[in-house]
Write a protein that binds this ligand. Structure first.
Ligand SMILES: *[C@@H]1O[C@H](CO)[C@@H](O)[C@H](O)[C@H]1NC(C)=O
Ligand SMILES: *[C@@H]1O[C@H](CO)[C@@H](O)[C@H](O)[C@H]1NC(C)=O
Ligand SMILES: *[C@@H]1O[C@H](CO)[C@@H](O)[C@H](O)[C@H]1NC(C)=O
Length: 408
């Protein structure tokens, strides 16, 4: 490898050069001046070594430029310690156990009537996943609150996607509070600022929607979907914690690629006027186990993946324009590899190494949102990841990927 050759090229005062500066190299007394030693070394290098060094330096710089992110992610366990662990609350559920018993198993009592439930999201372009979310939560949600902007978090203009597809969501219309905000289009600003501004606007929209004290408020991204029975439990039991994170199963690209059980950002709050603020970071130590699904980058069309890659708060991860090439995106998502060519973000070497390489295919469609299975013809198609001889198109303009698929 090149860096090992570097050692060979750099050995000082080799036999060949002894005759040129033998006097300096020869006498190893403590009084030898370092300047003359360096001059000796430089004079001692032959032309091939110079050429070699001139090639080596740019190559190393290029290598660090391309792989620097990987190097720093791999070394992360050395410079960052894992966050404080959560206090896991065991989750009990079976469809045939009464609510009274379920509450009791959690150490809670049952209420006389359930709390009202508000589900509030910031929407970008995730139409399919929004449908799955709202269908899952529909039986128990009092008001669906959705806010969209004509700016992405990264300051790019975007269409109001929900507004132009609102007629596809007639089933929630009587329970929908919709709002939109204009972006500020500050290019180059930290995307988390635009995101924070949109979350403040969502707080206002929740007030307009009529939220009041002790109503249950779900704070999560569109693709973090609490399971229906989890919300039913939390609206019926009395002494649930005022703020509770939900542990969700992580999936990537579709429900075919199960990553781990460790999604924690979604939370449920017993609303307190003047105190509860819409947030998407860690707010408490309590987390309820196995409470739903987080399907990241779950889209149907390649164009949607590319839009998300550009709109995403971590746009800095798109380091090369070839990352946005539709053919590459198609290949990467069919394999379950990483769209940004990054290493897993973990805190221990064991976890980093364990998660390197593509995600293995899962062959379980047990305990997924019911709407997926009820709409198999639309959402469970096998498409471009199946070999073309089976008659599927791999063009980028048609439906090329699906929310749930099994490899052949
Ligand atoms: C479910 O509960 C009902 C009564 O609530 C009972 O009749 C039925 O046998 C139970 N089913 C199973 C599979 O346990
Ligand atoms: C964004 O929306 C705001 C208000 O809704 C409007 O004033 C502005 O012109 C829009 N900008 C773009 C680029 O669409
Ligand atoms: C995730 O949790 C399930 C139980 O809900 C367990 O069977 C599975 O092994 C866990 N998977 C990982 C990768 O931790």
């Amino acid at each position: 490898m090149w860096w090992m050759m570097g050692e060979g090229g750099g050995h000082y005062c080799s036999k060949k050069t002894d005759d040129i500066c033998g006097d300096v190299c020869g006498q190893e007394s403590s009084r030898v001046l370092s300047m003359s030693r360096i001059r000796c070394i430089l004079r001692g290098l032959d032309i091939k070594t110079y050429i070699f060094l001139f090639a080596l330096i740019p190559t190393s710089i290029f290598f660090i430029y391309v792989h620097g992110q990987k190097i720093s992610y791999f070394l992360r366990p050395l410079w960052e310690s894992p966050p404080k662990p959560f206090n896991d609350i065991p989750h009990y559920y079976h469809e045939n156990v009464s609510m009274e018993n379920l509450c009791k198993l959690h150490g809670w009592g049952i209420r006389e009537y359930p709390r009202r439930v508000y589900d509030a999201v910031l929407f970008s372009n995730e139409l399919d996943i929004l449908t799955i979310r709202w269908k899952e939560l529909y039986p128990y949600v009092t008001q669906f609150v959705l806010l969209e902007s004509n700016s992405t978090f990264t300051g790019l203009p975007k269409p109001m996607v929900f507004a132009s597809h609102r007629d596809e969501f007639k089933f929630v219309e009587p329970r929908l509070t919709y709002g939109n905000v204009g972006g500020r289009f500050k290019r180059g600003e930290n995307p988390f600022i635009e995101e924070a501004i949109q979350r403040v606007a969502l707080d206002q929209l929740l007030k307009i929607a009529g939220i009041s004290d002790d109503d249950l408020l779900i704070m999560s991204d569109v693709d973090e979907i609490p399971s229906r029975h989890t919300i039913n439990l939390l609206r019926w039991c009395d002494d649930i914690p005022p703020v509770l994170h939900l542990q969700l199963k992580n999936y990537l690209y579709s429900f075919e690629f199960f990553v781990d059980n460790n999604s924690w950002r979604a939370s449920v709050h017993r609303y307190q006027k003047g105190k509860t603020r819409y947030a998407h970071y860690r707010q408490t130590d309590d987390i309820l186990a196995d409470a739903g699904w987080h399907c990241s980058f779950c889209f149907r069309r390649i164009s949607e993946f590319i839009f998300k890659m550009k709109a995403y708060s971590h746009f800095d991860r798109v380091r090369f324009s070839r990352y946005l090439n539709p053919k590459r995106v198609q290949k990467v998502i069919c394999k379950g590899a990483d769209l940004f060519d990054m290493l897993p973000e973990e805190y221990t070497f064991k976890e980093i190494i364990g998660k390197m390489g593509p995600i293995p295919h899962s062959f379980s469609a047990v305990h997924l949102p019911s709407f997926l299975l009820e709409n198999a013809e639309k959402l469970l198609q096998r498409t471009a990841c199946v070999t073309p001889r089976e008659g599927f198109s791999t063009t980028m303009t048609t439906v090329v990927y699906n929310l749930y698929s099994f490899a052949p």
